[in-house]
Design a protein around this ligand. Sequence first.
Ligand code: KG4
Ligand code: ZN
Length: 344
Amino acid sequence: MILAVETSCDDTSAAVVRGREVLSSIVSSQNELHAQFGGVVPEVASRRHTELVNEVVAEAMSEAGAGWDDLSAVAVTQGPGLIGALLVGLATGKSLAYRRRLPLIPVNHLQGHIAANYALGVRAPFVCLVASGGHTLLAVVEEGVRYRVAAKTMDDAAGEAFDKGARLLGLGYPGGRELDELAARGDPGFARFPRAVPRGRGFSFSGLKTALLYDLRARDEAEIEAHRADIAASYQAAIVRQLVEKTVAGAAAEGLRSVAVAGGVAANSGLRRALGEACEAEGLQLSLPPLSLCTDNAGMIGLAAGFLPALEWPDYLGLDAFASDAEAKAARPPSKRSAGRARP
Ligand code: KG4
Ligand code: ZN
């Protein structure tokens, strides 16, 4: 069993995972705390993680019926994410592992998102649409959680497009889920948004966000009030159309028949429906993780850890978190890595 900890943004999460089975995954969301600011305040998030993390770990252990002696390793998100938030999880992971003389497995957050699909039994190679608040890319997963980027966004992430659109529509925080719920009651054909599907394999969402701004400016308050759900549905449909088209085209270009989704945006009901229909029409096999494994959670970190090398006790004490992928590439491991995860 692996105990996993994830604190990269505003969810404090811990999970116990055995192989490809998530035995427990506790997520303590800070949504209400950040709602008053209309977005995540990094320092507030870090502070809250320190208050919650021990309790969340204890709950994950107890829900899984796991004792400390059952663990073979501790896994923790090393990056990318908010640096202060990541450091809380990393310090927690290091101390728990050090105290029990366990190895530590540092996990890349995006590889975690992708790994959520292994709980459903997906088999590599597959194409995975990774769409979260900070990233949008099409990954060709070659083996385990090793992937190559086939396409990525040229500007905003899809989650950002949802969150910014929600803000323009006067919705609360977090925006993506609220927009999704509102759109479910609207007519997606009401407003015409540019297809804005860039040529080539990249994604682009900033033009769509501007189009929404202009659309709203052209209407008076009463009209917006009467058609808020219709505008939301039209806007969501435009985002979803691009995600689905690029994913299906990417699978064809790579010659792969297996498609998966990952990240918070994969929880979007419109995307799930449209991708389901498109994959069925194309004869592609689709892996659609449950919502709890799409938005940030430690279960996915534990699943990814099963494919990654562990740092033996106590080699990981100098390990640092990284905020962006660029920093991750520049970073050097603190000492030699070993492939095994055996207990010292
Ligand atoms: O993966 P995630 O939980 O955190 C990051 O790693 O960023 O993704 C968060 C993003 C946010 O932009 C949020 O608005 C979006 O996922 N999201 C949704 C939905 N649920 C979460 N977007 C659209 N529809 C949803 N149902
Ligand atoms: Zn995430």
